[in-house]
Design a protein around this ligand. Structure first.
Ligand code: NAD
Ligand code: 89V
Length: 338
């Protein structure tokens, strides 16, 4: 049995607790939030002990890992605390506010000889995964063009008010997921250029971003996201794909429809299941939480580095940083040395 503790009992952590409850061989024995009401409510809901101080919790509990579900500003001190306590760590995206913080966290967990995985779950959504598996299997040959797109008018600010008030919004919150999907599909990136806009006047950061990526593999991808797009049907929170390869093409269309054209055409319904604790339209994301948690546990048991390890995520985070710099300076940036 692996014993874990959750730090941060807010909006998204509830999904993580439900997810863990469905993973065999894992028990989340303690939860912590500096807000005592949130800590106690989550502890009571899921049958764990409640704490308001992470250091006190790590000192009192016998743990194998911590799951950090706080917002980005607290990630570095909490990851370093867990590393000092000799624990494996799974930490929510965005990993860090700066590359220096992210590198320090990777080094701290490495020095402890433990595993650090980033909860970068979009590449683990079952529909997206079906597309990644098809591309990696060579179903359309070698990709030369891709579009990874997420456009929505869904009110994300109601559940996550900080998204309206933080200086950075869509690239750091959502673009990070779809940049990571582009890496999973087409490999590491050589150059990136980006434009950003704020369309909604009531928020502080940018709610639209369009990015152009040149990949090491020779593919070019367009990665675009918007929370200012009124569309019907509303596709939140689906990531849609269009990929052209030298032998065929792949589309992940709205409604979780995967179309692969080679000599003929195959159409698959890749809709995620509605888990008993999940609710539409979030069920796509909610299912991926459990899938990524299972990957974390499998990697711990097998002694493997997770696909979305802290080290791997440095490359996704570099794209976020470079996209902001490119949009600010109207430049195209080589990210190989970031
Ligand atoms: P939230 O503000 O609702 O919850 C964060 C909680 O952490 C708060 O209750 C806060 O009191 C607590 N906290 C902060 N610092 C703490 C500390 N040092 N010790 C103990 N508790 C502390 O935020 P949220 O919307 O749940 O987002 C949390 C993270 O999850 C963010 O990084 C966000 O980007 C991410 N997120 C990921 C997904 C996904 O699909 N991967 C979806 C939504 C949110
Ligand atoms: O997945 C996320 O990071 C969320 C949302 C889907 C709303 O962008 O913040």
């Amino acid at each position: 049995m692996l014993n874990g503790a959750l730090i941060g009992c807010g909006f998204f952590a509830q999904n993580q607790m439900h997810g863990w409850a469905g993973i065999d061989g894992v028990a989340i024995t303690a939860v912590c939030d500096r807000d005592p009401e949130k800590a106690e409510a989550t502890a009571a809901r899921f049958g764990a002990r409640a704490y308001t101080d992470a250091a006190a919790m790590l000192a009192a509990e016998r743990l194998d890992f911590v799951d950090i579900a706080t917002t980005v500003g607290s990630h570095r001190p909490l990851v370093e605390l867990a590393a000092q306590a000799g624990l494996h760590v799974i930490c929510q995206k965005p990993f860090a506010e700066t590359m220096a913080d992210a590198q320090a966290m990777v080094a701290a967990v490495d020095a402890a000889g433990k595993v650090l995985m980033i909860h970068e779950n979009f590449r683990w959504q079952s529909a997206v995964r079906a597309a990644i598996d098809a591309i990696r299997a060579g179903d359309i040959g070698t990709p030369f063009f891709g579009r990874v797109t997420f456009r929505s008018g869904y009110d994300v600010y109601a559940g996550q008010p900080y998204l309206a008030t933080d200086a950075r919004f869509i690239i750091q919150d959502l673009g990070i997921h779809i940049l990571d999907i582009a890496r999973a599909l087409f490999g590491d990136v050589i150059t990136i250029s980006a434009t950003t806009r704020r369309v909604n006047p009531k928020i502080r950061g940018e709610d639209v971003a369009t990015m152009l990526l040149e990949h090491d593999s020779g593919a070019t991808s367009v990665v675009d996201c918007s929370y200012a797009t009124r569309r019907s049907p509303e596709t939140f929170p689906e990531t849609l794909l269009e990929i052209d390869g030298d032998l065929g093409s792949l589309r992940l269309d709205a409604g979780y429809r995967l179309v692969i054209q080679r000599e003929g055409e195959t159409i698959r319904d890749v809709a995620p299941p509605l888990l008993p604790w999940a609710s539409r339209p979030w069920h796509n994301i909610q299912e991926s939480v459990q899938i990524i948690q299972q990957h974390f546990v499998d990697c711990l048991r097998d002694g493997r580095e997770p696909e979305t390890s802290g080290r791997d995520n440095l490359k996704t985070l570099a794209l976020v940083e470079a996209a902001y710099a490119s949009a600010r300076d109207r430049s195209r940036l080589d990210v190989r040395s970031w």
